[in-house]
Design a protein around this ligand. Structure first.
Ligand SMILES: [Zn+2]
Length: 163
């Protein structure tokens, strides 16, 4: 299992942050398909073979049309990560592929893009300050406002030291 260095993780987080700043993204949830188009990358939805969820061929991001809306958002952000991080070659992404360095980098980028550290901190504060009451727990709340699967919300909260 490959792990990313702290330096590399900070660098990737910085790239995701720049993309949000340069495109003046202020509202949640972040829209990765819109950001891809702004970067000149077409996003296409179609049935993909086997367990593949998405791929990036250097020009076009393809997303499995059968994924749920939150999965689509995450896979789009992940593929955008491959593009922004200039990963060479074709990236065919499935859950089993996530062990390689490039897959881990794209995952880290996706989480940094969809759940920006500052906004996540604000959300945690609102939740802990009891300003929101309609949710079972912090993971459910974060998952709802950032429109990501609970698994991703949990990972990001943990990685940012909130859990
Ligand atoms: Zn990938």
């Amino acid at each position: 299992m490959t792990t990313l260095s702290d330096v590399r993780m900070a660098e990737i987080e910085q790239k995701a942050g720049s993309m949000l700043t340069e495109n003046q993204v202020e509202r949640l949830p972040v829209r990765p398909d819109w950001l891809a188009e702004r970067a000149g990358i077409k996003v296409s939805q179609k049935p993909l073979e086997g367990i593949k969820q998405g791929d990036y061929d250097g020009n076009v991001i393809s997303i499995d049309v059968n994924l749920g809306p939150r999965q689509k958002r995450y896979v789009t952000a992940h593929e955008l990560g491959h593009a922004v991080l200039e990963h060479k070659g074709r990236n065919a992404c499935d859950t089993a592929a996530s062990q390689t360095t490039e897959e881990r980098e794209a995952d880290w980028f996706a989480k940094a893009l969809l759940l920006p550290r500052g906004s996540l901190g604000d959300a945690v504060e609102r939740y802990r300050g009891k300003q929101v009451t309609a949710f079972q727990n912090l993971v459910e709340f974060v998952s709802s406002i950032f429109e990501v699967e609970e698994r991703i919300a949990y990972e990001r909260l943990k990685e940012c030291g909130h859990l």
